[in-house]
Ligand binder design. Structure first.
Ligand code: FES
Length: 202
C-alpha cells in the first residue's frame, strides 16, 4: 500500500469557480438537511478537476467549510481514496495496472517504457506532460495489459504500441481509446469462440 501524504508545495488558496460552486450547490441539495457531508466525494472530485487533477490542502479545507465538516474528516476521505491525487500530476496522468493478469501479459514491458521515457513514479516530466503510477486491477483484465490515461482506458498494449501512443499524445495527435488491436470490447481476437450457434456461426 502506498503512503498518501499531502504535497509539500501547496498553493496559498483555493476557491471554486462560480460554475463549479453552482454545480456543487445542486449536489448538496440532493441530500436531506444535516446530511450535506454525503456530498464530500463529488465535492472533492470537482475540486480536483478544477485544479488540474490534484487536490491541494486548501481545496480539502474549502470542502470541509462548505459541507460543515471537520477538516480531518475530509482529509480522511481524500487520503483514503486513490482516485484523489494529493500531488501534481502530468497533463497525461498514466495509471498502469500491474496486477497479475496484466503482469502475465506484459505490464513489465510497459513499466520499462515509462521508466525510460517519463522517469520514476509520481514525478512529473519537466514539460509537465506526463506522470505515472502503478495501480491495482482496473477491471479490464480481459484486455490486458492496459493503462488508464486521464479518463480513458488503453488496452491490449505492447511496448511498441504504447511507445507510439505516448508519441502521439506528446505532440497532440488524435489517439484511439480502448483495445489497440481492433477487437470489439473484450471479444476474442479473430472470431467468436463461444455462443457461435446463437450468432449463426459454426
Ligand atoms: S489485472 Fe490489469 S486490469 Fe485487471
Amino acid at each position: 500500500m502506498s503512503v498518501r501524504r499531502l504535497a509539500e508545495q501547496q498553493p496559498e488558496s483555493f476557491e471554486f469557480t462560480p460554475e463549479n460552486m453552482a454545480w456543487l450547490e445542486k449536489q448538496i441539495a440532493k441530500y436531506p438537511d444535516s446530511r450535506q457531508a454525503s456530498a464530500v466525494v463529488p465535492a472533492l472530485w470537482q475540486a480536483q478537476k478544477q485544479n488540474n487533477y490534484w487536490l491541494p490542502q486548501k481545496a480539502i479545507e474549502k470542502v470541509a467549510e462548505l459541507l460543515g465538516m471537520p477538516k480531518i474528516r475530509v482529509l480522511e476521505v481524500a487520503t483514503f481514496y486513490t482516485m484523489f491525487n494529493l500531488e501534481p500530476v502530468g497533463k497525461y496522468y498514466i495509471q498502469l495496472c500491474g496486477t497479475t493478469p496484466c503482469m502475465l501479459c506484459g505490464s513489465d514491458d510497459l513499466i520499462k517504457v515509462l521508466e525510460r521515457r517519463v522517469g520514476s513514479q509520481r514525478k512529473v516530466t519537466a514539460d509537465g506532460m506526463f506522470s505515472w503510477l502503478e495501480v491495482e486491477c482496473l477491471g479490464a483484465c480481459c484486455n490486458a495489459p492496459m493503462v488508464q490515461i486521464n479518463d480513458d482506458y488503453y488496452e491490449d498494449l505492447t511496448a511498441e504500441i504504447f511507445e507510439k501512443l505516448l508519441d502521439d499524445l506528446a505532440v497532440g495527435r488524435p489517439v484511439k481509446t480502448g483495445s489497440q488491436k481492433d477487437r470489439v470490447s473484450s471479444e476474442p481476437e479473430g472470431a467468436l469462440t463461444s455462443l457461435t450457434s446463437l450468432y449463426g456461426q459454426k
